[in-house]
Every structure is written in structure tokens, then in C-alpha cells.
Write a protein that binds this ligand. Structure first.
Ligand code: DX5
Ligand code: ZN
Length: 218
């Protein structure tokens, strides 16, 4: 079963509640929240006050993607604000194992993400401790970028690694996924798909999300 996580980066920040209700009605499975600090990535977005406000208006899973330096300093606040899943970048910490434990100690699901240029072996030692592996299919920082083709192979290898070491955890892909390529992405083993522009720029959000959920693996 494919799960769709619309990224609110592509939503109207002046009308977040309205846009969340729209994707809820259209069948979204979770809400993907992109947190950027202007250091780890060259863009600045939102922080935990926004997560706290979103928590009040949706029952959907809040999937918080931290693209920030020193993530260890902010885990507690994001957990307290109502995040259900906190995903950190392997590149953003010297102590990934400790960071994953810190997230789990907050009673929140732990995800680990890899940038396109970071090899899969970076997560091998923590894969048994995590709930989700996020493979970036664009260089993080901006919505609306083009899916990087070499990521298909990486996804297939990530799926194999998961099946070998911790079967059942989610394999998420983020960046440049839409109706045109979701079948191929799912065919490589990804089951949680982040989609920003494909969902929010669609004239028929319901149709787009439903079509993406029903995409045939290829
Ligand atoms: C990229 C973000 C993504 C992005 C996805 O840095 O992590 O979540 O918003 O947007 P699209 O689907 O437009 O590529
Ligand atoms: Zn993201």
C-alpha cells in the first residue's frame, strides 16, 4: 500500500489550516513538514511553533523532516509540539546512533534521511533501530526540483537492506515525485511518498492523490 505524505512546503503558508483540510479530504495519509535552518540547507522555512499549531488542526500523522544542523538540540521541542515521526539527516550529526535513541526516548518514531550523494552504508548500523528510512531524490532545500535518476538504483538497494536487516520499516522517498514517476518509485520498493508540488499545484488534488496511491509498480 502506497502512503502519500503531502509536503506543506508547497502549501499556502497564510492558509495552512485550509490546505491541510484539503489534503485530508483528498486522502493524504500524513503531513510532511520540511524544517530548514539556512545552514544545513540553503533555505529557511518553519519551526516547532508551526508543528504545535498544526497538531491542533489535524489528526493525521505529522512527519517532521529536519534539515537542520545540531538536530540534537531541537528533538525534545519537536516531540513536545506533536510530531509523530522525526526524521534526521545522517549528514547532520556525528552521533547518529545517539540521536536516533534520543528521538525514541521521546516516544516518537525515528526516521533517518540520506542526501542523494550519501551512500547507503551510512545507515547500516542504525537500520535496526529506526522506523523509517528516507532517501532524498533531490538535493534538499527547495520544492519543485527534478527527480535524480540515479536514485532508482539506490532505492532498490535500500529496499534490499531493509528486507535483510529490519523488514517492515517504511521506505520513504522525497523530491520530484508525481503521477508520472510514482509507479517506478514504488516499483523500487518505496512505500511512503512525499509530494509537494505534485499535490499542491494540482487542480484536482483528490484525483492526484488517489491516482498516486493506486499507481501500478513498474
Ligand atoms: C526538499 C523537501 C521536500 C520537497 C518536496 O528539500 O524535503 O519535501 O518539499 O517537494 P516536491 O515534491 O515539489 O519535490
Ligand atoms: Zn522533505
Amino acid at each position: 500500500m502506497i502512503k502519500i505524505a503531502p509536503s506543506i512546503l508547497a502549501a499556502d503558508f497564510a492558509n495552512l489550516e485550509r490546505d491541510i483540510k484539503k489534503v485530508e479530504a483528498a486522502g493524504a495519509d500524513m503531513i510532511h513538514v520540511d524544517v530548514m535552518d539556512g545552514h544545513f540547507v540553503p533555505n529557511i522555512t518553519i519551526g516547532y511553533p508551526v508543528v504545535k499549531s498544526l497538531r491542533k488542526v489535524t489528526g493525521l500523522v505529522l512527519d517532521v523532516h529536519l534539515m537542520i544542523e545540531n538536530p540534537e538540540n531541537y528533538i525534545h521541542e519537536f516531540a513536545k509540539s506533536g510530531a509523530d515521526i522525526i526524521t534526521v539527516h545522517a549528514e547532520a550529526t556525528n552521533h547518529l546512533h545517539r540521536l536516533v535513541q534520543m528521538i525514541k526516548d521521546e516516544g516518537v518514531k525515528a526516521g533517518v534521511s540520506l542526501n542523494p550523494a550519501t551512500p547507503l552504508c551510512m545507515v547500516e548500523q542504525v537500520i535496526q533501530d529506526i522506523d523509517m528510512l528516507l532517501i532524498m531524490s533531490v538535493n534538499p532545500g527547495f520544492g519543485g526540483q527534478k527527480f535524480i535518476e540515479s536514485v532508482y538504483d539506490k532505492l532498490r538497494n535500500a529496499k534490499q537492506l531493509i528486507d535483510r536487516l529490519n523488514p517492515g520499516i517504511d521506505l520513504q522517498v522525497d523530491g520530484g515525485v508525481g503521477e508520472d514517476n510514482i509507479g517506478r518509485v514504488a516499483g523500487c520498493g518505496a512505500n511512503v511518498i512525499v509530494a509537494g508540488s505534485a499535490v499542491f499545484n494540482s487542480k484536482d488534488m483528490h484525483g492526484t492523490i488517489q491516482a498516486m496511491k493506486k499507481a501500478e509498480c513498474r
